[in-house]
Design a protein around this ligand. Sequence first.
Ligand code: APR
Length: 174
Amino acid sequence: MTNAFGLKLKLGDITTEVVDVIVNAANPGLLGGGGVDGAIHAAGGPEILAECQERKRELPGGQLPRGQAVATTGGRLPARWVVHTAGPIWSPEEDRSDVLASCYRESLRVAADLGAETVAFPAISAGVYGWPLDDAARIALDSVRDAPRGTVSEVRFVLFGQQAFDAFQRAAAH
Ligand code: APR
């Protein structure tokens, strides 16, 4: 499915995507982790973590604020760069939707600043951070649709499981 913004949904492992930028669902410490963070560091190699340390040194308190994004090399990945963003942790009490939307907007801004034309996103916050899939998909698609495009001509959402893929397909149909 492709729309005006060149929005594509794919089922698979984001680390194999041949795009300019792969977005990583990281944590504020930029230390690597499990989920897609772990997959990206495992496939991309140590250069990525080394550059994460550099970005950390440039950040106040060495922490990436949730909703913001920084770029590193893609290392051994087919992608030229990785844009790391720290998603919000789901909370039934507090609405953190704006922070999640900011992850997509800021990642696109950082990608466009690099001159990227193609960007692949995972379902940010929809794993360890517990965000319900349908709402995560709605926020992902709405924020990318509304974001300034810059040089980015194609955005792919790469979903790791059928459940996530179906949730994004339902959201894309609206
Ligand atoms: N390719 C694409 N998507 C993937 C992959 C992969 N190789 N591996 C996992 N995913 C999916 C998950 O199934 C989920 O739908 O990425 C989505 C985001 O899940 P997480 O990776 O758990 O990320 P998030 O929920 O944002 O939690 C981030 O988890 O791994 C740690 O260091 C990370 O602390 C951070 C937290």
